[in-house]
Design a protein around this ligand. Structure first.
Ligand code: SAH
Ligand code: SF4
Length: 362
């Protein structure tokens, strides 16, 4: 029974453990080797085959672990289980984007968005139910933090989506840009990404995984020390004051501290940090902003991704700038040698676009 005073999200997690049996999907391969050696004296080969069955061979329960001996399966059945993501709904946009809503063991719902773009097939994944960061313009922020996702719940998103695709069609890129702040749930994120990167797991390339952060400065170095993945930073402003007005995290770590952390961030070779700039009409979309941004990024291997604000009914004062204004901002940067793209809005008709991942279904 949960103890008095245990936070609600932990109580739910304990309940989700199903009578204390451990979830075999909650470990990366080295972790699983340690746990299975300890629990049933399994050798590393057995752990590797178990892991491969779980993440490559379609096992969805203990009986599906067909690469390990029956006696091992029997022992595992007594002490472990295999979690799954239950599909709540799948919504398809006219532009080819697909939003998956997943129902978790405790009834909460999270989302992933699959975005086809030429040869690329990008999955935008969630790391938390809701988000604690409270950015004023973001629907996920409105929810507050309900709970962190487990490593299994994170890694199950690409696994489960991949299984819906026709043979030969593979998810090529992962972006941690769905619900939640990935670096606020760093431990689970790192285990999940190790599963995604593992040759016996989802076999993704670290060059095709991008973690987006609001700027949890100390966690950025921790991420880099754990995994060589790409970094995106949601900067969204060009002065401290402007950023404080829309992103409360700026009171904890200033924009200057954030940019210093970017300067020392070790990237995969030849890669640059992506700076995401949500543009709001009349707030941060002027050419003076563009010029300030250019100066701020001096000395950082950077590319800028402009995201015209997706309007939310709850924020009538925040407006999307016109295409001409966005283009002028982009032109200014490009003319002065800063690489800059504009993010095409995808999945608007199914509320799958940036900042629309709240509770709304369509
Ligand atoms: N919490 C992380 C990961 C989520 S990414 C982060 O903030 O970086 C979500 C991205 O969508 C962020 O770059 C955010 O600034 C952007 N965003 C949030 N609300 C938006 C909206 N209404 N319109 C456009 N972009 C939005
Ligand atoms: Fe959280 Fe990112 Fe939304 Fe900010 S923009 S509230 S950090 S999900």
């Amino acid at each position: 029974m949960a103890s008095v005073g245990m936070p609600e999200y932990l109580e739910r997690r304990v309940a989700a453990q199903r009578g204390g049996r451990m979830d075999l999907r909650s470990f990366d391969r080295p972790g699983l080797a340690v746990v299975l050696a300890d629990a049933i004296e399994a050798d590393p080969g057995t752990a590797r085959r178990t892991f491969q069955d779980l993440w490559q061979n379609g096992a969805d329960d203990i009986s599906g672990l067909t690469s390990v001996r029956r006696s091992i399966r029997k022992r595992l059945a007594a002490m472990a289980h295999v979690s799954r993501l239950e599909t709540d709904r799948v919504l398809r946009s006219a532009d080819g984007t697909t939003k998956f809503l997943w129902r978790l063991d405790d009834g909460l719902v999270i989302e992933s968005v699959l975005i086809p773009d030429g040869d690329r097939l990008t999955l935008c994944m969630s790391t938390q139910v809701g988000c604690a960061m409270g950015c004023t313009f973001c629907l996920t922020g409105d929810m507050g933090l309900e709970r962190h996702l487990t490593a299994a719940e994170i890694a199950l998103q690409p696994l489960t989506v991949q299984r819906t695709l026709p043979p030969g069609r593979r998810i090529s890129n992962l972006v941690l840009m769905g619900m939640g702040e990935p670096l606020h749930n760093l431990d689970a994120l790192v285990v999940a990404l190790r599963i995604c990167l593992d040759d016996f797991g989802l076999k993704m390339s670290h060059r095709r995984i991008t973690v987006s952060t609001v700027g949890l400065v100390p966690k950025m170095a921790e991420l880099a020390a754990a995994l060589p993945v790409n970094l995106a930073v949601s900067l969204n402003a060009t002065t401290e004051e402007q950023r404080r007005a829309i992103m409360p995290i700026t009171r904890r770590w200033s924009m200057a501290e954030l940019l210093d952390a970017c300067r020392t961030f070790p990237l995969p070779s030849g890669k640059r940090i992506t700076f995401e700039m949500v543009l709001f009409a009349g707030f941060n979309d002027s050419l003076e902003d563009a010029e300030r941004l250019r100066v701020l990024l001096t000395g950082i291997p950077a590319k800028v991704n402009l995201i015209p604000y997706n309007e939310n009914p709850g924020r009538p004062s925040l407006r999307r700038p016109s295409d001409a204004v966005v283009r002028a901002y982009q032109d200014h940067l490009v003319r002065h040698g800063t690489s800059c793209s504009v993010r095409t809005t995808r999945g608007l008709d199914i509320s799958a676009a940036c900042g629309q991942l709240g509770r709304r279904v369509a």
